[in-house]
Design a protein around this ligand. Structure first.
Ligand code: AVI
Length: 323
């Protein structure tokens, strides 16, 4: 079995975390970057979210893959390499691989070596003939993507970049375009990009998906404060904050916030941060697209939308793009 080799290791350090937290909390609208949700506890809570009744996202995408993987595979040429940025467990690519013949190599591209090893362990027995070349790195860092593609000669091939899971929606439009530009570079001039996007739908369905009755999403959101307490000597009292999901019509996105229930002060690494009652920390954006708005966004990364596959309710879409 292939082992994960650190082609270009880059990890988030405690100092990055501290700087990002203090910077975010010094803004007029206090904020924290959503990438810090995923410590071990956060990753486990997210896993629980994916099977919540209210959180339609994961099961809808899996149903689309179940129904259309064969059609998607038929739309693609043989001898492609597949690159999956942020591959996680590798569960979603297995649907495609099951219907594709002569895949040259599969390149899981992840910042976490544990997840890379996990995806290898999951996929190798399912596809014993498949060559797997893991890449360790952060696909959101453009410089790193440039370097990695050079080092691994991915630049000179025709590739499919596979990015399911609606993760693109967690980035502001400018960053989403930058990421899609990286995908454009990764897929090569004749390549393909397949992206999962969450579509605009009834407001209440969206609000409930990010504020479930069992309180798992609330625990996921508040775990960020616990992580700051654990890793940065923070003094957050979690019960003094309330989880809220809001739909921002202007930006067509769900926002998660943590609202201070009272006037209070918190200390993080000797720095005091004051909150007034009702003031919030904005912790996550999850953009919801129409096919038209997504097509326009992708066009700004010089990718054109060729085909989409959706569920019956049009809740979610898998979008095939080409340079
Ligand atoms: C990872 N990402 C696609 C999830 C989303 O739906 O934006 C993160 C999430 N946040 C709360 N629930 C799920």
């Amino acid at each position: 079995m292939s082992q994960v080799t650190a082609i270009n290791q880059q990890s988030i350090t405690d100092l990055d975390f501290l700087n990002d937290v203090l910077h975010g909390l010094a803004q007029q609208q206090k904020s924290l970057p959503c990438k810090y949700f995923y410590d071990d506890k956060g990753a486990a809570l997210f896993e629980q979210i994916t099977s919540l009744q209210e959180y339609y996202v994961t099961r809808t995408e899996l149903a689309i893959l179940e129904d259309y993987s064969k059609a998607i595979a038929n739309r693609l040429p043989e001898n492609l390499s597949i690159i999956e940025p942020g591959c996680g467990s590798g569960k979603k690519v297995a649907y495609l691989l099951a219907h594709m013949s002569n895949v040259k190599t599969f390149v899981p591209f992840e910042i976490s070596s544990e997840m890379l090893n996990y995806s290898l362990a999951h996929l190798s027995p399912l596809f014993p003939e498949l060559a797997i070349t893991p890449l360790l790195g952060d696909f959101t860092h453009s410089q790193m993507v440039k370097q990695l593609t050079k080092d691994t000669a991915l630049d000179s091939q025709t590739n499919l970049v596979y990015f399911p899971g609606s993760t693109l929606g967690n980035f502001a439009p400018v960053k989403a375009i930058e990421i899609m530009n990286n995908f454009h570079r990764l897929c090569g001039v004749d390549g393909y990009v397949l992206i999962g996007i969450d579509l605009v739908k009834e407001r209440q369905v969206l609000l409930d998906a990010y504020d479930d009755k069992a309180g798992i999403t609330a625990a996921f959101n508040k775990n960020l404060l616990q992580r700051i307490n654990n890793e940065l000597n923070g003094t957050f009292i979690l019960d003094n904050f309330k989880h809220e999901s809001r739909f921002n019509e202007v930006h067509s996105r769900i926002e998660m916030h943590l609202v201070s229930k009272c006037n209070q002060s918190v200390v993080i690494n000797d720095k005091q941060i004051d909150f007034v009652a009702g003031e919030s920390i904005h912790t996550e954006n999850s953009h919801k697209y129409t096919l038209e708005s997504f097509k326009n966004l992708a066009a700004q990364a010089n990718l054109s939308l060729e085909q989409t596959w959706q569920d019956e309710k049009s809740y979610f879409a898998l979008c095939l793009l080409r340079p």
